[in-house]
Design a binder for this molecule. Structure first.
Ligand SMILES: Nc1ncnc2c1ncn2[C@@H]1O[C@H](COP(=O)(O)OP(=O)(O)OP(=O)(O)O)[C@@H](O)[C@H]1O
Ligand SMILES: [Mg+2]
Length: 578
């Protein structure tokens, strides 16, 4: 290779990027330690504060690094050979780190910022991480083993002894007994040989989790202990013993955990053995490495395109007024492009739509708001777009999606997990399942309200059903904080004319919401409406919404626990659970 670059400059430049990465990791770890302290002292406002702070760490580290690089590289800032050399020097500077895959994603963030790369640039980016390609089994170091030597109760007791929290357990003996009984009940006749747990504790919201699996004589079974701190001492609140229950805790509709990891890849690989159906990308997101999660997602999309003949198609369900949504049939992902112009009666702007997605990204998603990843400058082969989709995108999103010769360049899009839209689901589902979905639907509104979110456009088409039958909201352009809404009762008509008026005869402010109107607005068929009213009738009254607003004004933090009541170990019912 010709030495068009200056080796000393390259070494210095790579060192700057490596230092920025180390700063980022340091900040990340510090916040993770805070997460433990917050849990131990029941400082829930601290938890919320740090979750917001963590979102900015990455972008801040990249911009600080860039600010140092710009004067150093000068005119070579966008010189490709220099960046190819920087990549090699950076690989050397970060070699041997336990989190080398994150380090590589971090480097790519720099090159993408500088080159505004369309698609991927193999000359200056790390393409596929050697670490992730190998997928080694979780090593001893990231997990701990608890072989069963006597009773189940004793084994659980050993686990509780091994994971210590400064305030201490409220009743470790009792908890060990309760966990042992639940295991006996739910694992039926399977003989437990031992438990393997991820070494780090997973902190999120008002809970902490010990995550791993039980080895039985036949198969391994997922094993999660959910810990809470309701009154100054630590309590085992629930035990989860199957893949579905554990997957729901790790849902893409929940905020990311705080986890102390030396080798994130090994932690993620271990989680993958417990939840084999969860994409690696979502597991990285779940442990707070969402930038790398995005890299993994992107690679899995490319891999899918390389290994199938799938074409991008319009997503099933109603077309959006704001978003044009498409999918690859064989991949559980939707791609959402903001349309050039929005259909009547939408009045939001592009920037407002993006702000709403940002708001959700940073907010507690309560298990009810889908995670959306933002991408810029993507390039795909034009032949992989169905004719119908191509026409649609040319018609409604020509400013963002450019068909150029053989390729398609997409300036900006969001990806989300693909769900079954609720309107479609209700048409197909057996009666009992449809009624269950409607009960869930009301529960989504309650859960969102408990975390200070009002979905805005609460039509059925804006909710999707997961494979676990859970309902999740995905249309964010009208979403807002509950405390910003003005819930009103409908004024009584004073005259016959007012009574029959097609338009409201009273003043309606932009943030006014009339819960009584939900009944007709939702357009539920009669039997489903009855079910809805039977379970959630109070949602049609302003009182409910005012009560929830009061709760947020008082600064209460309600955490929606990601497991069913039946999984809880103690009868007592503190305010934690709805
Ligand atoms: N995550 C998802 N999984 C499956 N389908 C989805 C998803 N997100 C969106 N869709 C489909 O795309 C349609 C439009 O998406 P979305 O509701 O986000 O856009 P919108 O333009 O804001 O909608 P609206 O017209 O209701 O304002 C949905 O009605 C649904 O059919
Ligand atoms: Mg919609």
């Amino acid at each position: 290779m010709t030495q068009s670059h200056d080796p000393a400059l390259v070494t210095r430049g790579a060192a700057i990027i490596a230092e920025s990465f180390r700063d980022y990791v340091k900040g990340f770890r510090e916040l993770t330690r805070h997460a433990r302290a917050h849990f131990e002292s029941a400082n829930w406002h601290g938890v919320q504060h740090d979750a917001a702070v963590r979102f900015d760490l990455y972008a801040d580290a990249v911009s600080t690094g860039l600010m140092r690089l710009v004067p150093l590289l000068g005119l070579r800032l966008d010189d490709r050979p220099t960046w190819t050399a920087l990549r090699a020097a950076y690989a050397e500077a970060t070699a041997g780190r336990g989190d080398v895959e994150l380090a590589e994603s971090f480097f790519n963030s720099f090159t993408r910022k500088i080159f505004h790369t369309i698609g991927v640039d193999p000359a200056v980016e790390f393409m596929s991480s050697s670490m992730t390609a190998e997928a080694p089994a979780a090593s001893e170091s990231e997990t701990r083993h608890f072989p069963r030597t006597g009773s189940l109760r004793r084994m659980v007791r050993e686990i509780l002894d091994a994971y210590r929290f400064s305030p201490g357990w409220e009743d470790d003996d009792g908890d060990a007994a309760r966990v042992a009984i639940a295991m006996e009940d739910r694992l039926v006749a399977r003989e437990v040989r031992g438990v393997e747990l991820a070494r780090p504790v997973f902190f999120r919201g008002k809970a902490a989790y010990l995550v791993g699996r039980v080895a039985t004589e036949s198969t391994d079974v997922p094993f999660v202990l959910a810990l809470t701190n309701p009154a100054g001492k630590i309590v085992v609140d629930a035990v989860l013993l199957n893949e579905d229950d554990v997957s729901i805790v790790f849902s893409f509709a929940r905020s990311y955990f705080f986890v102390e990891m030396e080798w994130p890849h090994q932690t993620v690989s271990f989680l993958k053995t417990i939840m084999p159906r969860k994409p690696i990308a979502e597991l990285y997101n779940a442990v707070g490495c969402n930038k790398h999660g995005k890299t993994e997602l992107y690679r899995s999309i490319l891999h899918h395109l390389e290994t199938t003949d799938d074409r991008f198609e319009i997503a099933p369900g109603q077309r959006g007024m704001v978003m044009s949504v498409f999918t690859l049939p064989g991949l559980d992902v939707v791609f959402k492009v903001i349309k050039d112009r929005f259909d009547y009666p939408k009045t939001v702007t592009h920037e407002e739509v993006r702000d709403k997605y940002r708001l959700v990204f940073r907010h507690d998603r309560a298990g009810r708001l889908v995670d959306a990843q933002e991408f810029e400058h993507l390039e795909f082969d034009g032949a992989r777009f169905s004719d119908e989709l191509r026409r649609e995108l040319e018609n409604v999103a020509a400013e963002t999606v450019k068909f150029q010769g053989d390729s398609v360049v997409i300036g900006h899009l969001y990806t989300e997990r693909r769900l079954r839209p609720l309107d479609v689901y209700l048409r197909e589902a057996p009666r009992a399942a449809a009624h269950e979905a409607i009960v869930e639907y009301g529960q989504v509104l309650r859960d969102l309200a408990a975390t200070n979110i009002f979905p805005g456009d609460m039509l059925l088409k804006n909710f999707g059903v997961t494979r676990h039958g859970r309902l999740i909201f995905y249309d964010y352009d009208e979403l807002c904080l509950l405390t910003d809404c003005n819930f009103r009762t409908l004024p009584q008509a004073r005259t016959d004319l007012e009574e029959v008026a097609a338009e409201p005869w009273f003043y309606v402010g932009e943030r006014d919401i009339f819960p009584e109107e939900f009944r007709s607005f939702l357009g539920l068929r009669k039997d489903l409406l009855q079910t809805f009213l039977a379970h959630h009738g109070e949602l049609l009254h302003v009182d409910f919404w005012h009560r929830m607003q009061d709760l947020h004004h008082r600064g209460e933090v309600v955490d929606i626990f990601p497991y069913r009541f039946s999984r809880r170990l103690r009868g007592h019912d503190e305010e934690l659970r709805r």
